[in-house]
Ligand binder design. Structure first.
Ligand SMILES: [Zn+2]
Length: 256
């Protein structure tokens, strides 16, 4: 893999370069017996920095490789997350590549947790009803390659493609200012609800261009647009990266 993060900053990653290794990894527990270690930016298990010599340049090529067991000074070693790590192999595209047999049934998913994760990703409050509807509409989501109970919020948005936002509530203050300053057709109420000014108007969130970014993370472009008849206007855009979420799986009760 091409990126790493450090134990106390799991949400910010760095490219694996000589400069960054010296800057962030020059003391214990990152430096042990001449070996450099760091944290996988996706599954948060320890990785070792490996050097590969390059023929026609003086700069060595560095990359990260998961360690096979726990490294002193690092927190727990999670085998299941390691098995599901998307940075482990260099994947060339994300999901929309159906498998013959789904890996999991959506009935095993904890929708209360999923709802919070989708709200976090989109900046729009997901109700139980909306969460269940999206899950039902994409009940084959686990037939996609690379979809699992860690990255489901990301995969589900990828499969959803677009979502109508009229009358939904906004969780992200940046959306509120984007609508207030860029929209001709919508207002935001005092309770942060998206209110159409006119009839026949649509505010939509689009999930597009699933790609593997330079850093190796699957990513997705999100934009919000308003439309009425032939008029259509883009109000806001951002992008998200696949990440691992916890507790999405309901534990089975039959293990007495
Ligand atoms: Zn990993």
């Amino acid at each position: 893999m091409k990126v790493f993060c450090t134990i106390h900053h799991l949400n910010s990653w760095h490219y694996i370069t000589v400069q960054n290794v010296h800057k962030y990894l020059s003391s214990y527990p990152y430096l042990q017996d001449g070996n450099y270690f760091a944290v996988c930016a996706y599954c948060h298990n320890p990785i070792r920095i490996v050097q590969r010599a390059k023929n026609n340049s003086s700069q060595p090529i560095l990359y990260g490789s998961h360690t096979k067991s726990i490294v002193p000074g690092f927190s727990n070693f999670d085998h299941d997350k390691l098995d599901h790590c998307l940075l482990k192999e260099n994947i060339s595209n994300m999901v929309l590549n159906p498998l013959a047999t789904p890996t999991l049934n959506i009935s095993r998913i904890n929708t209360a947790v999923l709802r919070k994760d989708l709200t976090y990703y989109t900046g729009i409050y997901f109700s139980n009803k909306l969460t269940n509807r999206i899950l039902q509409e994409h009940n084959n989501v686990f037939a996609y390659r690379h979809a699992d109970y860690y990255n489901l919020p990301f995969t589900l948005l990828l499969a959803t493609e677009h979502l109508k936002l009229n009358y939904r509530k906004i969780a992200n203050p940046r959306f509120i200012s984007a609508i207030e300053s860029n929209s001709r057709l919508f207002n935001v109420s005092e309770t942060n609800q998206i209110i159409p000014i006119d009839e026949g108007t649509t505010l939509e969130m689009h999930f597009e261009n699933p790609t593997i970014s330079k850093s190796g993370f699957p990513s997705l472009d999100i934009f919000i647009s308003e439309s009425q008849d032939n008029y259509s206007h883009r109000i806001y855009d951002f992008h998200i990266f696949a990440k691992m979420f916890n507790n999405l799986l309901i534990f089975e009760r039959n293990d007495t």
